[in-house]
Design a protein around this ligand. Structure first.
Ligand code: AMP
Ligand code: FE
Ligand code: ZN
Length: 279
């Protein structure tokens, strides 16, 4: 596919380093084919895919921004914090990631136990085998599909794993302020991902964002294809009020479900990574 004529930027996607379907280098090639000229790889709680993605980006002639999507102990709903960096191994963040990985494995074990109590038996070993990196709910969902408990991944989320479903287990780990500080202290730009998953009333979200701004928050996701026009207006105004960069991305996990470079309309401005990281 030739992609569009307008160069695109996409600051949110996952690979097999976390819960995406394609290896980092394939993600980069597919993005380049779609017309993306600046791509950030943002795997959940790992930087492991970034170096392969960076090599592939050089070969494809596009810019790769090293990134991560950190799981945060949410005040409500679920909270992810994106971080963008100028270098491949930002410290102290990189040193914290093995602990994150352990906590994710513990959480997956708890989910398997909760499922067992619901009469839904799967082996933790089968979940673990599906993850090359940090274990996430999509890996549990795949194990549920493979064991025949549900027809597909979405049914696994709807019945068992979604934020208010019976086997859902929140992340332990960093609180919102500490997560923002960790990324900022590692030389990165912290950006609040998909604010809608926080499930907060506007006033509550405003107060959270004001507090995180004080800790160094640089942006929030506004440009996402799952945002309505109203979401964009509301979140765009929120970004404005707090002097934050309106960011975004495709949140690509797998072909067929998401499209690299698709940040909805109007598309994410091409200069966004520069605004976040400085030139
Ligand atoms: P985790 O980091 O383990 O909490 O898993 C988060 C990932 O699960 C997200 O990146 C999505 O890919 C997926 N996810 C979360 N909620 C849902 C949902 N309600 N339906 C489908 N996928 C979901
Ligand atoms: Fe994901
Ligand atoms: Zn996320």
């Amino acid at each position: 596919m030739g992609g569009s004529n307008t160069p695109l930027t996409d600051l949110h996607c996952q690979s097999t380093a976390s819960d995406g379907e394609l290896p980092p280098e394939r993600v980069v090639r597919l993005a380049a084919e779609a017309g993306v000229v600046t791509l950030a790889l943002t795997d959940h709680d790992t930087l492991d895919g970034v170096s392969k993605a960076s090599d592939a980006a050089k070969a494809a002639g596009i810019e790769l921004v090293p990134g991560i999507e950190l799981s945060v102990r949410a005040p409500s709903g679920s909270m992810h914090l994106l971080g963008y960096f100028r270098e491949l191994g930002p410290q102290p963040l990189a040193a914290e990631l093995s602990g994150m990985r352990r906590r994710r494995a513990d959480r997956a074990r708890v989910m398997v136990e909760k499922l067992g109590r619901l009469g839904i038996d799967i082996d933790y070993a089968d979940v673990e085998a599906r993850a090359a990196g940090p274990i996430g709910r999509p890996h549990v969902a795949e194990a549920l599909v493979a064991a025949g408990h549900v027809a597909d991944r979405q049914e696994a989320f709807d019945r068992y794993l979604a934020d208010r479903a019976p086997a859902h287990t929140p992340h332990k780990g960093f609180g919102p302020q500490d997560a923002v500080r960790l990324i900022a202290e590692s030389g990165g730009a912290p950006v609040l991902a998909h604010p809608n998953t926080l499930a907060m009333a506007p006033g509550e979200l405003d107060r959270l964002v004001a507090g995180l701004r004080g800790a160094g928050l640089a942006g929030i996701e506004v440009h996402r294809s799952d945002h309505t026009l109203d979401d964009r207006r509301r979140l765009g105004a929120l970004a404005d009020r707090h002097g934050l960069v309106p960011s975004g991305g495709s949140d690509f996990h797998r072909p067929g479900e998401d499209r690299l470079g698709d940040t909805g309309s109007p598309a994410l401005p091409i200069e966004t990574a520069q605004l976040l990281l400085g030139s």
